[in-house]
Ligand binder design. Structure first.
Ligand code: KG4
Ligand code: ZN
Length: 357
């Protein structure tokens, strides 16, 4: 029995300090041995958003104990680790620098290879944790900072089919939560409120629903929520607005995903009809249920990471590390932290006012 690679993953791109050990079984399926995530929600709550300086300080305070916990929990020894994989971008530079420097130092002092990982690639590969998934596949990445449809051809090979031209979906959830007076980060709480509301109560806009291919836009929706939130008189209306917002998102994703399917099918064969949904918003059960149903209608296999791997974590970083290790794709120790690092480097930057579709 040959020794399977054992990878230490480290994540600190935003407000989660995380470390994980991942290996694979005899069938080549990745196995998560430990997955430690320390969230900073309490640090940022009173400011209504992530404060970079405070986030970086918190990473510095916790990183060594989190990595130690991950190693202890895995039952493995430092000597047994084959490579260290750290997130190098995209994200907040002061935060990225903590996990990146820690990973490089760990690699240097233990004389092991270092692997710089793109955080978005971590989300893209997260469904591979504990299950088998072959390339290619269509990916919908919906997180706090990104909303994209990508054709995933292999590790490092992505074609962006569509992206948001303004807010990310998680951002739209968080901003709506703020308007409904839910504490930061309120995105997941919208789902809870929505269960008690009438989704038909408020009619909200679906920006660029009939144009722009599978590009997305949520800014106009947020403005509409802002206007209505000023007229809200009681809790029931708050629940109704949360439900109406969530239903509008479902309708947007339903329509845009069909467009993305058509785009994907132009360059991929019918037997490759696999649809992966990843990122923090993929934890939303209503959105999951709607996309699963759509996949059944369109003969796609729907694949979601387990809920614990939807939000930011280091297991997904170790997962990318594992694939890169097998391909001997190692990084130099002067690899920079990259605040902006698109998966499809050739795709045009679409974000910003005045975008024409
Ligand atoms: O992937 P993630 O943990 O971090 C980034 O890389 O951005 O995503 C965080 C985002 C936040 O905006 C959060 O509000 C949203 O995911 N989110 C949800 C849910 N759980 C997390 N949005 C909607 N429904 C949820 N259940
Ligand atoms: Zn993320």
């Amino acid at each position: 029995m040959s020794k399977k690679p054992l990878i230490l993953g480290i994540e600190s791109s935003c407000d989660e300090t995380a470390a994980s050990l991942v290996t694979e079984n005899e069938q080549g399926i990745p196995v998560v041995l430990s997955n430690i995530v320390s969230s900073q929600e309490d640090v940022h709550k009173e400011f209504g958003g992530v404060v970079p300086e405070l986030a970086a300080r918190s990473h510095i305070e916790k990183i060594d104990s989190i990595v130690k916990k991950a190693i202890d929990k895995s039952g493995k020894k430092i000597d047994e680790i084959d490579a260290i994989a750290s997130t190098a971008g995209p994200g907040l530079i002061v935060c990225l620098s903590v996990g990146l420097s820690f990973g490089k130092t760990f690699a240097l002092t233990t004389n092991k290879p270092f692997i710089a990982v793109n955080h978005l690639e971590g989300h893209a590969l997260s469904p591979k944790l504990n299950s088998k998934l072959d390339y290619p596949y269509l990916l919908l990445l919906i997180s706090g900072g990104h909303s994209q449809y990508l054709s995933v051809q292999s590790i490092g090979k992505y074609q962006r089919l569509g992206t948001t031209i303004d807010d990310a979906l998680g951002e739209a959830f968080d901003k709506t939560a703020k308007l409904l007076e839910i504490e930061f980060p309120g995105g997941r709480e919208i789902e809870v409120l929505a269960e008690k509301g009438n989704p038909e109560k408020f009619k909200l806009p679906k920006p660029i629903i009939n144009k722009g291919g599978c590009n997305l836009s949520f800014a106009g929706l947020k403005t509409a929520v802002l206007k209505i939130s000023k007229t809200i008189k009681n809790d029931q209306e708050r629940f109704d607005l949360a439900a109406s917002f969530q239903k509008t998102i479902e309708e947007i994703l339903y329509k845009k995903t069909i467009v993305a399917f058509n785009e994907f099918e132009k360059t991929n064969s019918p037997k490759e009809k696999k649809f992966v949904v990843a990122g923090g918003v993929a934890a939303n059960k209503k959105i999951r249920a709607m996309l699963i149903k759509l996949c059944e209608e369109k003969n796609y296999q729907s694949i979601f990471p387990p809920i614990e791997f939807c939000g930011d974590n280091a297991a997904m970083i170790a997962m990318v590390g594992l694939e890169k290790f097998k391909l001997k794709l190692f990084s130099d120790l002067d690899h920079p932290a990259k605040p902006r690092w698109p998966l499809d480097e050739d795709a045009v930057f679409l974000k910003g006012a005045g975008v024409k579709l």
